[in-house]
Design a protein around this ligand. Structure first.
Ligand code: SAM
Length: 253
């Protein structure tokens, strides 16, 4: 007779995996919908309410995995109200899940403030790890990965020059997020402040039009003068230590 065993889905969907009065920070794909963990799907299904950066954006993912839970949006426009609301939900014993438009909530998006609010109010926070655009970009860059610094988005105006001047002396590989609106300006300014460093401009990672432009900053600038930039970008720039990256230095890996 065949022994019947609980399948993986049964085990992970036990409510003990998502206790009551808990905020679950759930990483979701940065493009390819298949890049999500079994556990993330089960936690999303078990949530009493799901906080989304944009409910319309998350609907595609939820529909794809037949996840039917009440959703509500959070963002710069309603963050204060949502911070109060989330603590009220946790006080009622609700399982609250948090997703962003892409990747890991709290990495260069307003998710961080929701996590701090829950922690400050004394509630349990768990995370379901998964994609974040910086890691695939760093790995695909071909630059040093043993030490790197994640800068997120450069400030748009105030503090931008200061940041760029600091980055000019940064020994570690530098990872930056950038939008289509500023990619050309950012590449030009990186060239101006850091010199003609090695760079990898990673566009539309895990999506149909994924493209990695590798070379020096002047090559990347020339590329986007010829090809109109589209989509989302991660820029990975060599740090000042990059010249020391050679095969003989195996101890650093
Ligand atoms: N929380 C996200 C994460 O874990 O990576 C980042 C959110 S931030 C608001 C959005 C930025 O992430 C984009 O402007 C872009 O710089 C980067 N990004 C997100 N998805 C990307 C993708 N598929 N390809 C390249 N960059 C991406």
């Amino acid at each position: 007779m065949r022994e019947s065993r609980p399948c993986l889905f049964f085990v992970v969907s036990e409510s003990s995996q998502f206790p009551a009065a808990t905020l679950a920070v759930v990483a979701t794909p940065i493009g390819n919908l298949a890049d999500i963990s079994f556990r993330a799907i089960e936690i999303l299904k078990a949530a009493d309410v799901l906080l989304c950066e944009d409910t319309r954006h998350s609907k595609r993912l939820l529909d794809h995995y037949s996840i039917q839970v009440p959703t509500t949006s959070y963002g710069a426009h309603n963050l204060k109200t949502k911070l109060v609301w989330i603590v009220e939900q946790l006080a009622l014993g609700k399982r609250v899940a948090l997703v962003s438009d892409a990747g890991t909530p709290g990495i260069s998006d307003p998710g961080t403030l929701l996590v701090s609010a829950a922690l400050q109010a004394g509630y349990n926070v768990i995370t379901i790890p998964g994609p974040a655009a910086l890691i695939p970009a760093l790995v695909l860059s071909g630059l040093r990965t043993d030490k790197f610094v994640f800068e997120g988005f450069l400030p748009h105006k105030k503090g931008r020059q200061t940041r760029l001047k600091l980055l000019a002396t940064e020994p570690r590989t530098i990872v930056l997020y950038e939008s289509v609106h500023r990619i050309q300006k950012t590449l030009s300014e990186l060239h101006e402040y850091l010199g003609n460093r090695k760079v990898a401009v990673c566009r539309e990672l895990t999506k149909v039009y994924e493209e990695i432009v590798r070379g020096n900053l002047s090559d990347a600038i020339a590329h986007f003068e010829k090809h109109e930039p589209r989509g989302e970008f991660v820029v990975v720039v060599a740090g000042t230590d990059d010249s020391s990256h050679d095969d003989s230095d195996e101890s650093s890996f």
